[in-house]
Design a protein around this ligand. Structure first.
Ligand code: FAD
Length: 287
């Protein structure tokens, strides 16, 4: 289980993959995973589509990671449109596939969810999902946290209050939202510890490798962009290869500094790209 990995290692390395939209793209992801598994990774997390749209795909990939790559799989699960019956089905499948770790999330409201369904949803927050998992299984539970504050929270104090309540309910480790400014993480980490949140926290790092990501991922995540990264965007916007190299170097530098700081884990958001993951591991001297 992932909680045992955190207690036995100084630094835990993990990455996130997401299920492809089309069945035809599964072999591409499986090939990428066959490359990624050669890296010294402790676990791989697999995202869950809004409202459960990819639940079967999440399970198929988690099973591949766990049983074919022999790497601990962390299956994401969101509760915004979950009912007890779908929960039991999902957990039955996890068990049948020897997957013992779940990232318990609320998720965001799916576009097609009616007001009635949204306001009457049985599990309102990640905390409710954690309580449900604890009632029904002994799965290892992870959760999400936000160094730059969740967009629905009024401030960090409120965010940390609710974070503490979900950790107290049974979350055993946390993965952060992506960030580009390490000082945001240091501040959050210290505040979390001051609020009595003592579980391991892995820092979420996304290398920006193409100009198109600036407007999608960066703006959607709401992460602040340090001047040094802005300068990279400007300098290399018309040179795809140099942009990618500089983005990977920036992420490597971020990770090196986090390791010096004493972070317990690094969680990479490399968007199913084996070459980017490999480059980071090589730069860090971890291959
Ligand atoms: P919660 O912990 O429930 O918090 C959501 C908001 O509600 C916060 O502002 C919190 O402070 C507040 N809150 C919590 N409890 C209460 C309460 N009792 N009363 C009032 N307010 C409360 N989304 C997907 O759809 N699929 C994925 O696979 C996925 N993976 C992710 C992985 C990571 C590492 C991260 C950081 C995010 C991921 N997300 C994913 C996005 C996530 O679902 C959204 O950020 C969502 O808005 C919040 O989910 P949460 O589990 O953090 O929510």
């Amino acid at each position: 289980m992932i909680k045992d990995i955190y207690s036995s290692k100084k630094n835990v390395f993990s990455l996130e993959v997401f299920p492809p939209k089309k069945d035809d793209d599964f072999p591409v992801l499986f090939n990428a995973l066959d490359e990624i598994k050669k890296l010294k990774l402790d676990f791989i997390s697999i995202t869950y589509g809004a409202g459960g749209s990819t639940s079967k795909r999440t399970l198929d990939i988690a099973s591949y990671v766990q049983n074919k790559c022999n790497i601990e799989a962390l299956a994401h699960l969101t509760c915004v449109s979950l009912d007890e019956c779908s929960f039991c089905k999902y957990f039955g499948e996890l068990k049948a596939n020897q997957i013992n770790n779940v990232l318990a999330l609320r998720g965001d409201r799916p576009k097609d969810m009616t007001d009635e369904a949204f306001f009457n949803r049985p599990y309102k927050y990640a905390l409710d999902l954690v309580n449900l998992i604890k009632q029904k299984s002994d799965t290892c539970i992870g959760g999400a946290c936000y160094p730059e504050v969740h967009p629905e929270s009024c401030n960090q104090e409120e965010d940390l209050y609710f974070l503490k309540s979900k950790v107290d309910a049974g979350i055993e480790f946390l993965l952060t939202q992506l960030f580009f400014d390490n000082t945001k993480f240091y501040n959050f980490y210290e505040q979390a510890r001051n609020h009595g949140i003592s579980v391991p926290i892995s820092a979420g790092i996304m290398p920006i490798t193409a100009p198109s990501q600036i407007h999608t991922i960066v703006e959607l995540s709401g992460a602040s962009i340090p001047e040094e990264l802005k300068a990279i965007f400007t300098k290399y916007e018309n040179n795809a290869d140099d942009f990618k190299k500089a983005g990977i170097e920036y992420a490597t530098k971020q990770i090196s500094k986090l390791l010096e700081y004493g972070v317990q884990g690094i969680h990479l958001y490399t968007l199913n790209k084996a070459d980017v993951s490999k480059a980071i591991f090589e730069n860090l001297g971890l291959r």
